[in-house]
Design a protein around this ligand. Structure first.
Ligand SMILES: Cc1cc2nc3c(=O)[nH]c(=O)nc-3n(C[C@H](O)[C@H](O)[C@H](O)COP(=O)(O)O)c2cc1C
Length: 213
């Protein structure tokens, strides 16, 4: 697959939040899926891959989001081609055994390594409390979300990451188990509205946020 934009400098350094999109633009579902597939090459804690995506690209789906989105995010919701809701999956460890078993069956790891992994990492998660699992899932899913923001640009689209919604309602409104899935970020994606003016955000000086020790 060829990226529309394969210039990493441009993709990362010229990424800015776009909040007004050309609502006539439809992104094919296979391309949306492709972008998510690229995003999930992200690293994750113990390769748990504790992320889950709900791509909302229909008027009915957008209505569900409208029920818990904050008002100031409605312009993005109304005009975007798709709103990708990124969740952390606090039950991801339950699939973990099968993943490593597959790697063993495919001769990628030895039986000793398989046993070591299942005896070292799996109990960590099986005995973890909800707070640990939630923090872990939010880190994994946020890393994937950042990759998604970048690959969206590689596909020639723009995006706005957003967290301005009622997080307590997000999972249930989309038919997910709220005890399992924790919302990390919404990502509005589309082609920018050429008539809209978007602000360029400032950054603090690096010296203000960096120290060497
Ligand atoms: C966790 C998170 C939550 C955000 N929530 C919102 C939001 O609810 N609405 C919005 O318009 N932008 C939201 N943003 C976008 C930020 O305002 C934006 O990334 C920041 O101002 C820097 O601007 P830039 O993205 O153009 O570099 C959010 C970004 C992050 C990372």
């Amino acid at each position: 697959m060829q990226f529309t934009n394969n210039d990493f400098q441009d993709i990362m350094l010229h990424r800015h939040s776009v909040r007004h999109f050309d609502s006539s633009v439809k992104i094919p579902r296979d391309e949306l899926q492709q972008m998510v597939q690229e995003a999930i090459t992200a690293p994750s804690s113990c390769n748990l891959q504790a992320w889950h995506f709900v791509v909302v690209d229909t008027p009915e789906g957008k209505d569900k989001l409208r029920s818990f989105f904050m008002k100031f995010n409605l312009p993005q919701l109304d005009s975007c081609s798709a709103m990708i809701m990124v969740f952390g999956d606090t039950d991801a460890f339950k699939k973990y055994r099968a993943l490593w078993q597959k790697m063993y069956t495919e001769h990628q790891i030895t039986k000793e390594r398989l046993d070591e992994i299942l005896q070292t990492f799996l109990p960590l998660y099986e005995h973890a409390d909800k707070q640990f699992l939630t923090a872990d899932a939010l880190i994994d899913s946020s890393l994937a979300a950042m990759q998604l923001l970048l690959t969206i640009r590689a596909h020639g689209y723009e995006a706005n990451p957003l967290g301005g919604y009622d997080a307590k309602k997000a999972a249930a409104a989309l038919g997910l188990d709220p005890n399992r899935y924790v919302p990390a970020l919404g990502i509005a994606v589309g082609k920018p509205d050429p008539n809209a003016h978007e602000i360029t955000s400032e950054r603090y000086a690096v010296q203000d946020v960096l120290e060497f020790q």
